[in-house]
Design a protein around this ligand. Structure first.
Ligand code: NFE
Ligand code: MG
Length: 580
């Protein structure tokens, strides 16, 4: 047996995740296992409830991708009862979800992922004047990184460090030789890290304008939305637009520029495919662009499946081919079930103590609270990279334009004499770049949607709700709500009997990506992405963090069931540092 690296917990994610990797004599990862170590949840408590309440309860699956579970849950009930929504409601739901993408993607890059690429301590050694100049290499109009601004930020940081108050920057792998940015580049990224803390608040305000509050908006109901006054008040719409305008500047002049900078400096890892993983992708598609009804509308992000990196073949999505396997998850049963028939019956079998006194995952058996979803018996990755890949395979004009433009800029920075090859996206760096590419696309299209909403209201259409009389619909029905959350395909399936929820299953983006091996022994997306990666210093497994963070894990979402009796299902001793 090779040497084990255990990282538990992985920090800078939402939820509780443990990675166990086995490295060979050259420090190359030969085996990797992802385990969700905390049992929680929602699906079970939805049973027996009124389906009209499902959205408000299901939304509590997560406070990060807030509002997206709400939308999928309400849509599942609308689908079951065949209720279509008015145009204003469709656009408002798109704007809520769009603002969530902006929020989550920028928070992810700066506050959850950047420290895998950016060495904060090196920023202290930077020359602010040279850094201000350096910023012009990555955009014509750098955001917030003039010499004076950088000087102030550097002085603030230096003061913190002198006082030994690194706070949230403490305990990272500072000085690791796999940090490759120059001191000046590090300073630019640190400045944007701090500014992004303010920016994310602006995206939250955008969600609160039409959602009533943040997190967990409350303006969506079966049949439409309730924010009538906000839609019809031009001042509210203008406020949304002004926040979006500001965000657009930040996305283009800071986020995109920084991703281009990091992508260029870390290009070797993209070109050699580090972290590529499964190379099979799925997207449910997102953002309905017309009102033709359930799963018929054109979408901003197309749906489909691409297997084994073959962009020439786009497989149409068929929700009936989705199943969840629990062979290696702490649930009863071994069968692959479609979510309509899905079960969530816990069966915790624990970890195994070895002679060294450490507890290890029983990887031959069950080892995670996350189920293993399959599409037509394939393991697939979901998320921004999947959306870009599916968009390219579908020859979607928008996605192709934004992706091609980024690859052209990268090729230019790398002096390739042509655009960087599309294959670079199959990597950890590519996964991170895909998120930025789609954020730029989002800010541009959202501006059009706000105008569309204002024009529709101005034309006299104030409708926000399709009348839906619960007493008149069939009390036995089933439906699904499927679209993309920021982290990938999100589906909620509801089965209603006698007007009450009989079964409820959510299959969530991080369930697809963070899943353990399946009944055939095939790896989940995180696991596959780690295989073959060389860990320069096993005491500081920075490479593991990079690749896992590139997925933006949300384990709270992925494990969403509770033991309603409050029974203890297992106890865990959590080690806050990496151990070998
Ligand atoms: Ni809890 Fe979520 C997103 C959803 S991920 S963050 O995006 O759905 O599993
Ligand atoms: Mg589930």
């Amino acid at each position: 047996m090779g040497k084990h690296i255990i990282v538990d917990p992985i920090t800078r994610i939402e939820g509780h995740l443990r990675i166990e990797a086995v490295i060979d004599d050259n420090n190359v990862i030969k085996e990797a296992y992802a385990s969700s170590t905390l049992f929680r949840g929602i699906e079970t408590i939805l049973k027996g409830r009124d389906p009209r309440d499902a959205g408000l309860l299901a939304m509590r699956i997560c406070g990060v991708c807030t509002g997206t579970h709400y939308q999928r849950s309400i849509e599942a009930v609308e689908h079951a009862f065949n209720v279509t929504i008015p145009k204003n409601a469709r656009i408002v739901r798109n704007l809520l979800q769009g603002a969530l993408y902006l929020h989550d993607h920028t928070v992810h890059f700066y506050h959850l992922h950047a420290l895998d690429w950016v060495d904060i301590t090196a920023a202290l050694k930077a020359d602010p004047k040279a850094a201000a100049q350096e910023a012009f290499n990555w955009t014509d109009k750098p955001w917030g990184v003039g010499e004076g601004e950088l000087k102030t930020i550097q002085e603030r940081l230096t003061k913190f460090v002198k006082q030994g108050r690194l706070g949230l920057f403490a305990n990272a792998y500072w000085g690791n030789k796999h940090y490759k940015l120059s001191n000046e580049q590090n300073l630019i990224a640190v400045a944007h890290y701090l500014q992004a803390l303010d920016m994310q608040r602006e995206a939250s305000k955008m969600m609160a304008i039409f959602g009533g509050k943040m997190p967990h908006p409350q303006s969506i109901v079966v049949g439409g939305v309730t924010c009538v006054q906000d839609i019809t008040n031009p001042a509210r719409v203008a406020e949304f637009k002004s926040l979006l305008n500001k965000y657009t500047q930040f996305v283009k002049r800071a986020y995109l520029a920084d991703v281009l900078m990091a992508g260029t400096v870390y290009a070797d890892e993209a070109l050699d495919g580090t972290g590529g993983g499964l190379k099979s992708f799925m997207s449910y598609g997102d953002f309905k662009l017309d009102d033709t009804g359930f799963y018929k509308a054109a979408q901003l992000f197309p749906s489909g499946v691409v297997l084994n990196g073959d962009l020439s073949k786009l497989i149409p999505l068929d929700q009936s081919k989705i199943t969840e396997d629990v062979s290696h998850a702490w649930y009863k049963g071994k069968t692959n079930l479609h979510p309509y028939e899905g079960k969530t019956e816990p069966e915790y079998t624990g970890l195994e103590k070895k002679e060294d006194g450490m507890a290890y995952l029983k990887t031959k058996e069950k080892y995670s609270w996350i189920k293993s979803p399959l599409y037509d018996d394939n393991r697939v990755e979901v998320g921004p990279l999947a959306r870009i890949v599916i968009g390219l395979a579908a020859k979607d004009k928008n996605i192709t334009k934004y992706a091609t433009s980024f690859l052209a800029k990268l090729g230019d920075k790398l002096n390739l004499g042509k655009a960087a090859p599309v294959s670079v996206v199959f990597s950890t760096v590519g996964r991170t770049a895909a998120r930025a590419i789609e954020t730029e696309l989002m800010v541009d299209v959202m501006m059009g949607w706000v105008d569309e909403l204002a024009a529709n209201v101005a034309s006299g259409d104030h409708s926000t709700w399709t009348e839906f009389d619960f007493d008149k619909v069939s009390k036995d029905a089933k439906g699904y709500g499927m679209a993309e959350a920021p982290r990938g395909g999100l589906g909620h399936w509801v089965v209603i009997k006698d007007g009450k929820i009989e079964n409820y299953q959510a299959v969530v983006p991080s369930t697809w990506n963070a899943a353990p091996i399946d009944y055939k022994g095939r790896l989940g997306a995180y696991e596959a992405a780690l295989i073959g990666t060389k860990v320069a210093d096993p005491e500081q497994p920075l490479e593991i963090l990079r690749t896992i963070h590139s997925f933006d894990p949300c384990i709270a979402c992925a494990v969403h069931i509770v033991d309603t009796k409050g029974k203890e299902l297992g106890s865990f001793k959590v080690n806050t540092s990496c151990s070998i």
